[in-house]
Every structure is written in structure tokens, then in C-alpha cells.
Design a protein around this ligand. Structure first.
Ligand SMILES: [Mg+2]
Length: 214
């Protein structure tokens, strides 16, 4: 049972995300080659490497919202298009829910992911079922919220979130793309996992794995 998360622990989780994105970079680009321009792994790697570099220079007395703002802006500076603004918006909108906090609990975590998912929807203008990262973020944030109504254990909450993210990522495989480059493929967009959904599920999976190992 873990009821709280502090900023140092959050930074450890972010660093784990940076490492896992680097490990999965080729797989993410391979997914993107099937329906897009094949750069998703590379752009994610560039973005999270910028985050990793930024994190090592941060003051160690920053609150959650300030940390999120800093890493969002370094992600956005590194990746100006497509996934960059979406992930940056998620971090900024999520972070805004954690204003002036050094320690967060289960309901803060739920608020963080809900705001992040809504931020992705506002920024990307996609709908559920369009075969985008939103198809992972919305159901996962909802599962996290539902679980946080029943337990204060953030490990359990993230475990349920990670499972929901994996399932919803797999569900994008049979969806017809209605957004971005892959939408031009029409029916041929079916049969492939959306790369943004895959990187999003990777983030939720890493969040859960890393929180268990703190
Ligand atoms: Mg691409």
C-alpha cells in the first residue's frame, strides 16, 4: 500500500519513462511506418531525452506543477509538431492540478490524469474511436478515477490504469483512422496499432512499474 508520492519519486518515474521510450524507440517507429511517416519512435526519443536533460538541471525544491511545466516546455521545444504539443499539453494541464504541492495522493493522481486526457482531447480535437492516443488516455484516466474512488493505494490505481491502457491500445488495432496522416489510408489503416496509443500505453505501464520499485 502506497498512499503518497513525493516530487523526488515523481522524477524517478519520469526518468524511467525516458529510459523505456529509448528502449522501445524502434518498435514505435515500426508501428508508425505501417500507417504514417515512421518517425514516432524518433520524435518520442528526442522529446523524452530533452526531458531527461532538463530534469538533471532542476532545482530540488520545485513543486509538482513547476516540474510538470518545466518538462512540458522542454518536450515542446524539442518536438514542435504532432505528438509534441499533445504530450506537452497533457503535462501542463495535469500539472496545473498539482499547484504548490510537494506530495500528492490518490485523488491528486486521478485529477492529474483526467486533466491530462482532457488536455489531449482539446488540443488534438480527436474523438474517441478515431484511432489516436486519446483512445488510450480517456479510458485509462476514467479507470484511474474509478479505482481511486475505491482505494487510496496509488500502486493499485496505476496497476488498473496500466491494464486499461494496454487493452485500449490493443483496441486501436481494429479502428479506422480518422485523424492525421493515417486517415488517408482509409480501410488500410485497420490492422495496425496506433503508434501514439502505443507510446501512451508505454507511459502508463512504466508509471506502474516504476512506482512499485520506488
Ligand atoms: Mg509520425
Amino acid at each position: 500500500m502506497k498512499k503518497e508520492l513525493n516530487t523526488n519519486e515523481f522524477i524517478q518515474i519520469i526518468l524511467s519513462i525516458c529510459d523505456n521510450v529509448e528502449k522501445e524507440k524502434d518498435y514505435l517507429s515500426e508501428l508508425d511506418r505501417a500507417t504514417g511517416d515512421g518517425d514516432h519512435g524518433v520524435t518520442m526519443s528526442i522529446g523524452w531525452n530533452a526531458v531527461k536533460e532538463k530534469i538533471t538541471t532542476l532545482d530540488d525544491n520545485l513543486t509538482f506543477d513547476k516540474i510538470c511545466m518545466q518538462i512540458a516546455s522542454s518536450f515542446l521545444s524539442a518536438v514542435g509538431a504532432s505528438a509534441g504539443p499533445l504530450y506537452a499539453t497533457a503535462l501542463m494541464r495535469g500539472g496545473a492540478k498539482l499547484k504548490d504541492l510537494f506530495v500528492i495522493n490518490s485523488s491528486h493522481i486521478s485529477d492529474f490524469f483526467e486533466a491530462a486526457a482532457n488536455g489531449i482531447q482539446d488540443r488534438g480535437k480527436a474523438n474517441l474511436g478515431d484511432k489516436t492516443m486519446l483512445d488510450v488516455w480517456l479510458p485509462t484516466a476514467e479507470k484511474i478515477k474509478e479505482t481511486s474512488n475505491n482505494t487510496e493505494d496509488i500502486i493499485e490505481i496505476l496497476e488498473k490504469g496500466s491494464h486499461a491502457a494496454n487493452e485500449s491500445m490493443l483496441s486501436t488495432k481494429e479502428m479506422l483512422s480518422k485523424k492525421g496522416r493515417s486517415s488517408k489510408l482509409g480501410e488500410r489503416s485497420r490492422g495496425h496499432i496506433d503508434p501514439g496509443a502505443a507510446s501512451s500505453a508505454l507511459i502508463f505501464r512504466t508509471f506502474h512499474e516504476a512506482i512499485q520499485n520506488l
